[in-house]
Design a protein around this ligand. Structure first.
Ligand SMILES: Cc1cc2nc3c(=O)[nH]c(=O)nc-3n(C[C@H](O)[C@H](O)[C@H](O)COP(=O)(O)OP(=O)(O)OC[C@H]3O[C@@H](n4cnc5c(N)ncnc54)[C@H](O)[C@@H]3O)c2cc1C
Length: 434
């Protein structure tokens, strides 16, 4: 039997295609980052706003198959909040909505960067700050990309690497940027333009749809130690031992390493140093039906608030909020234990409500319900100095015979589609159905 550590989307996708596997999950319910939460008639995704999209048709087919009829199809209507305006996302597709002087600075910066790249006069970028200016020019970099990325990653842009940007930061053609600056409609980042969302139950419906396909899931089993006994793996939560012929882990790498004995000190130190960010979400029920038509709005500017994004789940499905209401979810990245993480729920709600009211996103008096959630492992940070450390940890674990899977299991910026596809591919390697 194969032991699958962690019952998030990755572990469940893998186990759904293996003949003989058992999933061990610490929480009361499987789902990990894809859990949902209902209160006062509202349903939210407390680990951050989730929607389903993919470039890969196999992943889209998987979403559709698992959700069946329980699905809403939506077209993205996403904005960047900039100096009091709602600018179309991606930012470079909304330049004509900027104040004229910013529109011009963004267009000229883009053209200069384009010409310099094509003339070969721009030195190759060595970090994320340089990459943004090299690729988008100074205007778009300074108005949006640098403040937004520094807000979400809580890291100076020059300390970030560039290997993660492919496919995640939109890459528009020059013609589109000129058109957008002149006010012709253009679309970017098109593989996310149309997305799916469960009609009821929040993103956790995907997990619920998957569970009947997984033979064995043990919840409330917090993996505390892992060791070899002859040819098998023995996994314990301190009370009970489970024995497996093979082991796959989707636990966050630092947590996995803590469960193992005889780890070389340099591997332990490297695992503990792997940079990641936590997340605080503020979920709000709004007592009016027609709040806005936005899917979500990015807030790059520090003066607008500590949140980097507010999503509007009731625009993904009208079944996640009671009739006559809307919902909003603000995301604030942080580090576990810092001032945001340690703030009281009341202070976090007050911050979001006060700022949203001041920016006229919604009115204080319309807020009818609120909750706060904290997520310890939300984002992997692609710090430019941590590639070697990650390589060291992964190489040691793989040599020890533990297969790694998932967002924090592989310490990679994986969305749900990639978690599923990697889970299915690994199932194929382990003798199951890919
Ligand atoms: C803010 C935010 C927004 C996102 N939005 C999107 C989106 O719109 N679209 C998209 O496709 N993706 C999105 N994602 C990414 C998506 O959430 C992940 O790709 C996916 O959920 C990761 O699944 P996983 O199984 O790899 O990890 P996890 O969900 O983290 O699962 C790991 C599991 O291991 C368990 N575990 C940890 N330690 C132990 C232990 N010691 N013993 C037992 N169990 C343990 C955890 O409880 C958890 O259930 C978003 C992520 C975030 C943070």
């Amino acid at each position: 039997m194969i032991g699958v550590l962690g019952g998030g989307l990755s572990g469940l996708s893998l186990a759904s295609r293996l003949r003989d596997a058992e999933v061990l999950e610490q929480a009361e319910r499987p789902g990990g980052l894809c859990q949902s939460l209902s209160f006062d008639g509202f349903t939210f995704d407390p680990h951050g706003s989730h929607v389903l999209f993919s470039r890969d048709p196999r992943a889209v087919a998987f979403f559709e198959e698992v959700l069946g009829d329980n699905v809403c199809r939506r077209r993205r209507n996403t904005k960047v909040f900039y100096k009091g305006r709602y600018v179309k996302y991606p930012f470079e597709n909304g330049l004509s909505e900027l104040p004229p002087e910013d529109n011009l600075a963004c267009l000229l910066g883009y053209v200069h960067a384009y010409l310099a790249r094509h003339a070969g006069t721009a030195p190759p970028p060595t970090n994320f700050r340089e990459w943004v200016v090299h690729r988008f020019g100074k205007g778009i970099a300074e108005c949006y990309l640098l403040p937004y990325n520094e807000k979400i990653w809580k890291t100076p842009a020059e300390e970030l690497g560039t290997e993660w940007v492919e496919g995640r930061v939109p890459d528009p053609p020059l013609e589109d940027v000129i058109r957008s600056s002149l006010g012709f409609p253009t679309e970017g980042y098109t593989h996310q333009l149309n997305f799916l969302y469960p009609r009821t139950g929040g993103i956790e419906s995907l997990i619920r749809g998957l569970l009947p396909r997984v033979a064995r899931v043990r919840t409330r089993f917090r993996v505390a130690s892992i060791r070899r006994r002859g040819g098998t793996w023995v996994v314990s939560d301190g009370r009970e031992e489970r024995e497996y012929g093979g082991l796959v882990s989707s636990l966050p790498l630092p947590e996995l390493v803590r469960c193992l004995a005889d780890v070389p000190p340099d591997v332990t130190a490297a695992a503990e140093a792997l940079p990641h960010r936590a997340l605080v979400t503020v979920m709000l029920g709004i007592g009016r039906p027609d709040l806005n038509e936005f899917s979500w709005v990015y807030f790059p500017r520090p003066e607008d608030g500590r949140f980097n994004r507010i999503s509007f789940p009731s625009n993904f499905s009208d079944r996640v909020a009671p009739e006559g209401t809307s919902s909003a979810l603000a995301e604030i990245t942080c580090n576990a234990g810092d001032d945001v993480w340690s703030s009281s729920d009341e202070a976090l709600v007050e911050h979001v409500v006060e700022r949203a009211d001041a920016l006229r996103v919604f009115r204080r008096e319309d807020v009818v319900a609120s909750r706060v959630a904290r997520t310890r492992y939300a984002y992997v940070v692609f710090h430019r100095d941590h590639r070697e450390e990650l390589g060291l940890v992964k190489a040691w674990l793989e040599k020890a015979g533990i297969r790694l899977l998932g967002r924090f299991g592989q310490f990679d910026y994986l969305n749900m589609d990639q978690c599923i596809l990697r889970g299915l591919a690994l199932a194929g390697e382990l003798g199951g159905t890919p």
